[in-house]
Design a protein around this ligand. Structure first.
Ligand code: PEP
Ligand code: MG
Length: 572
């Protein structure tokens, strides 16, 4: 039995698929029969072709033509007659085995491409490596980490899952995630919740404890994982799974009801999304809006920056789908644990404290302006609210707003329409911003508190580090005081204040947030109905008295105990 961080609720029970990039060992062997090797080559090329065609079609239906074109180009490389001709000649003249002959030919091609003057051609070397890696793996029967085609239901086990892996994987076949690293707010955990897939993260060595094909049973609510469980344990988990399904069904009676406390305080419960595809889950869970659209996923899992047109289409799609309900779209927040390989940033000692989010956008104004123009153009299709991430000073906020004005002027000159009524807000996720939130409030329409980062920066606790995850605690009184301060400062200036970090959906904290007067709660769609049920059972004036007491307390464990005791009568 193993214990990790409970990352996404639900019971996971099934076969494991361990994701590891197994190293390719290409041996140079002498052969007797060239025709056998030529057959191996042809077979590997044919299997690779079929795989790439499947991926291309899937990319087309799920992401559109641009992503599909990447795989179309890979297919062209795969079918290159010159590569095949030279490999066959090496097999027959040198009596080399197919893998070694193909590898040598490809290496020659890569060298040629890498030494070209033209940058575009140099970049094609990476495509050739990608395609040839697939061919060689197929030839040598070494597994390919391609989660977009899975033949059966699996529980993915990995060191960590990258956002691009989660974006391309076959969601209908993945029934759970288990990872070595990460905490509740790592991106694999957030993605698991948004996909409503049970997950446990931060298991330290789960990749070494299981092999593909093993059976695991785990509980995404407690973090307990059992490897190769007994029949009795399996039956137990199956029973729990059934109970959870029934509970989930019961929650459906909350659909269509208002998010209002017993004494009539109305709040908004919105959902967090990563792509327009997440809207379906959001609507199914009756979200009252999108409280956070993490746009960075548009920039990931591709080879070039997304164009203005592509971004405009995504934003428009979300705004239209939400049909005049509020949609908070956050400008690009890459860096930290969200890498974009083609931007080739320098290695940093502390990426979470480094060149990320608004810092990057104010430096790379080309990237920033493209996004702002796309957002402005989409603004006429719904109730858009633009939000800047990682603001740590008034200067940054004003510079970002200035850039928005520049884009507005450009569009006006070009005769392109945009709305004049959308709101502009910022995330409060850096303590320096929380501390001057009275000043910042004069320059925005709303605040959204990003507790995932606010806790990490306030307590100096890496949100990805399992070893110190006990210190990553939303009950930390320093964090709670900052949250209250931001809400009070926002209200003094007439702003609405929301929260889009994971704490917003945490039933242990929601009563305190109601007591603090938080206006909007944005969370993984899976948590919405549960949160609404809880809020409907609370009395806001009672919560205020409890919250006032909490803010005077000095120990996180005392606060947690006091809050748990105060709400023990509330069923959730
Ligand atoms: C946050 O920091 O709370 C947040 C919502 O942003 P992200 O998790 O994307 O860093
Ligand atoms: Mg953040």
């Amino acid at each position: 039995m193993k214990l990790g961080s409970a990352a996404s609720p639900g019971i996971g029970l099934g076969k494991v698929l361990v994701i590891k990039n197994e190293e390719l060992k290409i041996e140079n062997l002498s052969i007797d029969d060239a025709s056998v090797e030529i057959n191996k080559l042809e077979e590997a090329i044919e299997i690779s072709k079929q795989q790439l065609e499947l991926i291309r079609d899937k990319a087309f239906t799920e992401f559109g033509i641009d992503k599909a074109e990447i795989f179309e180009a890979h297919l062209m490389l795969l079918k290159d007659p010159e590569v095949k001709k030279r490999t066959v000649s090496k097999i027959t003249s040198d009596l080399s085995n197919a893998a070694s002959a193909y590898h040598q030919v490809i290496e020659e091609f890569i060298l040629i491409f890498e030494s070209m003057d033209n940058e575009y051609m140099r970049e094609r070397a990476a495509d050739i490596k990608d395609v040839s890696d697939r061919v060689l793996r197929n030839m040598l029967n070494v597994s390919i980490v391609d989660l977009s085609i899975l033949s059966e239901e699996v529980i993915l086990v990995a060191d960590d899952l990258t956002p691009s892996q989660t974006a391309t994987m076959d969601k209908s076949k993945v029934i759970g995630f288990l990872t070595d690293i990460g905490g509740r707010t790592s991106h694999s955990a957030i993605m698991a919740r948004s996909l409503e897939i049970p997950a446990v993260v931060g298991l330290k060595d789960i990749t070494k404890s299981v092999v593909s094909g093993d059976i695991v049973a785990f509980d995404g609510d407690t973090g307990v994982v059992t490897i190769n469980p007994s029949n009795e344990t399996i039956l137990n988990y199956e029973k729990q799974k059934e109970e959870q399904i029934q509970k989930k069904k019961a929650l459906e009676s909350i659909i269509g009801q208002a998010s209002v406390t017993r004494d009539g305080v109305k709040v908004e419960i919105a959902g967090n999304i990563g792509t327009p595809n997440d809207i379906a889950g959001l609507l199914k869970n009756d979200a009252e809006g999108v409280g956070l659209y993490r746009t960075e996923f548009i920039y990931m899992d591709r080879e070039t920056l997304p164009t203005e047109e592509e971004q405009y289409e995504s934003y428009k799609k979300v705004l239209e789908a939400m049909n005049s309900k509020p949609v908070v779209i956050r400008t690009l927040d890459i860096g930290g644990d969200k890498e974009v390989s083609y931007l080739k940033f320098e290695h940093e000692m502390n990426p979470f404290l480094g060149y990320r989010a608004i810092r990057l956008c104010l430096d790379r104004t080309d990237i920033f302006k493209t996004q702002l123009r796309a957002l402005l153009r989409a603004s006429v299709y719904g109730n858009l609210k633009i939000m800047f991430p990682m603001i740590s000073s008034l200067e940054e906020l004003l510079d970002a707003k200035e850039m928005l004005e520049v884009c507005k002027e450009e569009l006006t000159k070009e005769g392109i329409e945009y709305s004049n009524t959308f709101e502009v807000g910022m995330m409060i996720e850096v303590p320096s911003a929380a501390i001057i939130s009275d000043i910042l409030a004069k320059h925005v329409d709303f605040f959204s508190i990003g507790t995932n980062d606010l806790i990490q920066y306030t307590c100096a606790v890496d949100r990805m580090n399992q070893q110190i995850s006990n210190l990553y605690n939303p009950f930390n009184p320093g964090v709670l005081r900052l949250i209250k301060m931001v809400i009070d400062n926002g209200h003094k200036e007439g702003l609405w204040v929301g929260m889009c970090g994971e704490t917003a959906g945490d039933p242990r904290i929601i009563p305190i947030l109601i007591g603090f007067g938080l206006d909007e709660f944005s969370m993984s769609p899976i948590s919405i109905l549960k949160a609404r049920k809880l809020i409907r059972s609370l009395d806001a004036s009672e919560m205020k008295l409890i919250a006032d007491k909490v803010i005077q307390m000095g120990r996180a464990d005392d606060i947690e105990a006091y809050v748990t005791e105060s709400f023990s009568s509330i069923e959730n």
